[in-house]
Write a protein that binds this ligand. Sequence first.
Ligand code: HEC
Ligand SMILES: [Cu+2]
Length: 325
Amino acid sequence: MTSPALPGIAMGALLISGCTGIQSALAPAGDEASRVALLTLILFAGAGVILLIVGAALALAIGGSDRTRRLLGSDRAIKLGGIAFPVVTLTVLLGYGVWLMRETIATDRPAALRIEVTGEQWWWRVAYAGADGKPVAEANELRIPVGREIDIVLRSADVIHSFWVPSLGGKLDMIPGRTNTLRLKAERPGVYRGQCAEYCGGPHALMALEIVALPPAEFEAWLAAAAAPPARAGQERGRALFESAGCGACHAVRGTAAAGVVGPDLSRIGGRRALTAATIPNTPENLARFIAHGQSVKPGNLMPEFRIFSDEELQALAAYLASLT
Ligand code: HEC
Ligand SMILES: [Cu+2]
C-alpha cells in the first residue's frame, strides 16, 4: 500500500532540487551560507513538527473522546500549548540563531580583503584597493580569492538596494547614507550569482551580479593587472568612435581620456562574463545591441540609446570594448 504522503514528498523533493545551482541558499559554497542553510533547515523541520502537533490536536478536538476534548479545551492546555510552548520555542530558536550567526553579525575584526560595492539604479559600482592603496574601479562582477574571508562594504548612491548572493552568504541592505559590511567566503572556485533583493524601481529585476571565485594566485594576478591601463590590441577605429560619441562623459577607461563616473567603469569590460548587471552574456553582438537598443534589452535603464552608428561602426565599437581586458 502506498502512503498518501508519497506524492507530496515527491513534489517537495522536486521543488527543492530546482533550488540548487549558482543562485541558491540551499547550495551553500561558504561558511556563512552554510549557517544560513542550516538555520533554514532547522526552522523548516521545527515548523513541520509543530504543524503535525497542531494537526493532531485539531483531529482530536474534532473526533476525540469527550475526555480528550475537555482536556484540550481546558485553561491549562491553552496556557501550556498557546503561551508557554511558543514563548520557550521562539526564545530558544532566537538564542540559537544569534549564536549560529555570531561571526556574521560581529564584524569588528576586519577581513584581509575589502571590496566596496555601491548600489546604483540599476547596476553595481565596485572598488578594490589596489597594491598602492589607490582604488581600482570595476562594475557588475566581483572577483574574489577562494578560501579567504572578504568584507563587502555596502553603500547606496540613490535608493535602498540589497546585496544577496545566496550561495555565499546572507542578505544585507544597501542604505543611502549608511555603510553596512557583509562578510563572505567562497570554499571552492566557481561562479555565484546574486540579485538585488530590495525593489529599487524600474528594471530592479534586471539588477543581478556575478561573483567569480578564483584560486588566490589567479586573483592576485588579475587584481595586479587591473590597476594598469587595459591591454588594447589596436582597435583604433572603435576607440575613436567611443571618444567622438561622448561615451567618456559617463564611462571611464583607464589610460584614456574617458573618465566619466556616471555609468559603469569599462576598463576591463571585455573580460566580464555578462553585460548590464548580469542581464545578457558578454558577446560583441550583445555589446552592439545594448549600445543601440539598450532600452529594449533593459527597459528603463539610465543609458540613452545610441542609434547614431552604422552597423559597421557599431561592430568597431563593440570590438574595441571587447578588447578591453
Ligand atoms: C548619460 C550617460 C551615459 C553615456 C553618454 C553612455 N553610457 Fe553606457 N551606461 C550608462 C549607464 C548608467 C549604464 C548602466 C546601465 C545599467 O546596466 O543599468 C551604462 C552601461 C553601459 C554598458 C554596460 C556596462 C556593463 O558593466 O555591463 C556598456 C557596454 C556601455 N554603457 C557602453 C557605452 C558606450 C559605447 C557609450 C557611447 C556610445 C555609452 N555607453 C554612453 C550611462 C551612459
Ligand atoms: Cu533593486
